[in-house]
Design a protein around this ligand. Structure first.
Ligand code: CAA
Length: 262
C-alpha cells in the first residue's frame, strides 16, 4: 500500500482496514500533515471493494493527545478562517461511508477525543483518558466536541467537561454511553475486540452495512418523524438489492448467505 509518515496502514483480517496513528514522540498529536494522510487512507479503504470496515487506533499510551498545539500556537484568526483550519477533519464524518471503529487506549484529549467521537463505534480500555481540555489553552473544542460530546452525554455533563477541562476515564465513557464497549486489559485486548467487530461487519453485504450506518447517522440530524420516514424509504430501497434476496432466501433455505455486495 501507500507509505505514510505519520500513520501505519494494514489489513490484518480479510475485509478490515487498520489505521494506526503513529507520531509517538508527540503522543499522536493531530497535525495537518497527519490528518491529510489519515483522510487519504480513509478514502482509499472506503473506495476499496475488498474492505468492509475500518479501525482507527493509536498506541498503548495515546490514541491522540489532541490537535497539534505547536502548530496552532502562532495561528492568526485570518489564517485560521481563510484556510478553514480543521475543516478537513470533517472528511471522516461527512464523506466516509463504511463503518469506522475507534479503538482508544491511553490519551484521547481535545481533538483526539473529537476524532474518537466522530467514529461510528467507540471501543476503549477502562483506563483510557478522555477529555476536552481546550479551555485550559484559552480556546474551545474545534472539531465537533461541543456537539458530539453533548449528544453523547447530555448538556449538563458536557458543559461540566468542556468548561472545567477535566478528564474522564474509559470506564466512565462506557457508563455514559460514549463507548460501546470498555475492554479490561491493554491495547492488545482492545484491538482484538475491534478486529472481531470489524470482521463481523465486513462479513455482511456492503450495501446494507452502508445503509445501516447512514440511517443511524440520520438520527443525529433529523426529527424523529423525518428520521423514521428516511429509514423506511431506505429500507424500501433495499428490496431493490440482490443481497436482500440472497439474505432472506438463505434464511428460508437454512444456508449461509453468499453476499454479492449488489
Ligand atoms: N500537540 C503538540 N504536541 C503535543 C501534544 C499536542 N496536543 N500533546 C503532547 N505533545 C508532545 C509534548 O509537547 C511532548 O513533546 P516534547 O517531548 O517535544 O516536549 C511530547 O508530546 C510528550 O508529551 P508530554 O511530555 O507532555 O507527555 P506526558 O506523559 O507528560 O503528558 C499529556 C501527556 C497529559 C497528554 C500532555 O502531553 C498534554 O497535556 N498534552 C496536551 C493535551 C491537550 O491539551 N490537548 C488538546 C489540544 S487543543 C485541541 O485539540 C483543539 C481542538 O479541539 C481541535
Amino acid at each position: 500500500g501507500p507509505s505514510y509518515e505519520h500513520i501505519l496502514t494494514e489489513t490484518p483480517k480479510p475485509g478490515v482496514g487498520l489505521i494506526t496513528l503513529n507520531r509517538p514522540k508527540a503522543l499522536n498529536a493531530l497535525s495537518s500533515p497527519l490528518f491529510k494522510e489519515l483522510n487519504d487512507a480513509l478514502s482509499k479503504y472506503d473506495n476499496d471493494k475488498d474492505i468492509g470496515a475500518i479501525i482507527i487506533t493509536g498506541s498503548e499510551k495515546a490514541f491522540a493527545a489532541g490537535a497539534d498545539i505547536k502548530e496552532m500556537a502562532p495561528l492568526s484568526f485570518a489564517a485560521a478562517y481563510s484556510d478553514n483550519f480543521i475543516a478537513p477533519w470533517s472528511h471522516l464524518a461527512n464523506t466516509i461511508r463504511k463503518p469506522v471503529i475507534a479503538a482508544v487506549s491511553g490519551y484521547a484529549l481535545g481533538g483526539g477525543c473529537e476524532l474518537a467521537l466522530m467514529c461510528d463505534i467507540l471501543y476503549c480500555t477502562a483506563n483510557a483518558t478522555f477529555g476536552q481540555p481546550e479551555i485550559k489553552l484559552g480556546t474551545i473544542p474545534g472539531a465537533g466536541g461541543s456537539q458530539r460530546l453533548t449528544r453523547a452525554v447530555g448538556k449538563s455533563k458536557a458543559m461540566e467537561l468542556i468548561l472545567t477541562g477535566k478528564n474522564f476515564s474509559g470506564k466512565e465513557a462506557g457508563e455514559w454511553g460514549v463507548a460501546a464497549q470498555v475492554i479490561d486489559g491493554g491495547k492488545e485486548e482492545l484491538l482484538a475486540t475491534a478486529l472481531k467487530t470489524a470482521e463481523t461487519i465486513a462479513g455482511y453485504g456492503r450495501v446494507s452495512v452502508i445503509a445501516g450506518k447512514e440511517v443511524v447517522n440520520k438520527s443525529q440530524e433529523l426529527s424523529l418523524r423525518e428520521g423514521v420516514e428516511y429509514e423506511r424509504r431506505l429500507f424500501h430501497s433495499l428490496f431493490g438489492s440482490k443481497d436482500q434476496k440472497i439474505g432472506m432466501t438463505a434464511f428460508a433455505e437454512k444456508k449461509k448467505p453468499d453476499w454479492s455486495n449488489e
